[in-house]
Design a binder for this molecule. Structure first.
Ligand code: GDP
Ligand code: MG
Length: 162
């Protein structure tokens, strides 16, 4: 089975940027993968010979939508159908109430969840690690999706047991 990895997080944390970097914009042939819903964006990717499917929960729009709707919509479904969840937070913006609500949901689910602190360019790494570690989902993995920083170590952690 090809593992399905969902990118989840509040708007503007960099989910689509990471999706594009991982998939290099190749769209997956969703029809080839039973059980996946068609209304989300899927991409095929591989790392060190290991194939996986990435899910961008891109239909989630602006902050004004509210966290209830975010968690009631695509993200929830994406979490359910994924083998692993990359929960993305914004290291420049710091921890937000929306992050805490998503974290609370993920802590209750029996899913492999990885906390990914994006936009570490220009952020104080030590401060970030403490702030996001308090979300109760382990130590954050710092990356900069836009610059390709630390992507390989992240994939190694995520795909190691998958
Ligand atoms: P999404 O709403 O979670 O899909 O977020 P996007 O991928 O659309 O990114 C939101 C904004 O953050 C865009 O302006 C990106 O260029 C920017 N962004 C994404 N990754 C990084 C990063 O690693 N560093 C910085 N500084 N900006 C980033
Ligand atoms: Mg997006």
């Amino acid at each position: 089975m090809v593992p399905v990895i969902a990118l989840v997080g509040r708007p503007n944390v960099g989910k689509s940027t990471l999706f594009n970097r991982l998939t290099k914009s190749r769209d997956a042939l969703v029809a080839d993968f039973a059980g996946l819903t068609r209304d989300r964006k899927y991409g095929e990717a591989s790392w060190q010979g290991k194939s996986y499917i990435v899910v961008d929960t891109g239909g989630i729009s602006g902050d004004e939508q509210g966290i209830d709707q975010v968690m009631a919509g695509q993200s929830l479904q994406a979490i359910e159908e994924a083998d692993a969840v990359l929960f993305m937070v914004d290291a420049r913006a710091g921890r937000t109430a929306a992050d805490e609500m998503i974290a609370e949901h993920l802590r209750k689910r029996d899913k492999h969840t990885f906390l990914i602190a994006n936009k570490i360019d220009g952020a104080d790494q030590d401060a970030i690690l403490g702030e996001f570690a308090a979300l109760g989902l382990g130590q954050p993995i710092p990356i900069a999706a836009a610059h390709g920083r630390n992507i390989n170590p992240m994939l190694e952690a995520v795909l190691a047991d998958g």
